[in-house]
Design a protein around this ligand. Structure first.
Ligand SMILES: [Zn+2]
Length: 73
């Protein structure tokens, strides 16, 4: 089974977690625990799982990046 992993677009770290929820909504602020980068997601949440190195590398190689950021991440 394939699962989705969440990565920081600023530093590439996979250590990203929910920082807080906007009260009364399904909007969450997520934070990168390495660089402190923050962003909002709506209607989605995060679950943690331990991946081995190969699985994590595959997820990182497959991550979606807007074309205008591809050369910098
Ligand atoms: Zn980061």
């Amino acid at each position: 089974m394939k699962i989705a992993a969440l990565f920081c677009l600023k530093c590439g770290s996979e250590i990203v977690d929910i920082n807080n929820w906007k009260m009364g909504t399904t909007t969450a602020e997520v934070i990168c625990t390495r660089c402190g980068n923050k962003g909002l997601i709506q209607g989605l949440t995060v679950g943690r799982v331990v991946l081995n190195g190969r699985q994590l590398a595959e997820a990182s190689e497959d991550k979606a990046i807007p074309w205008w950021l591809r050369e910098s991440v």
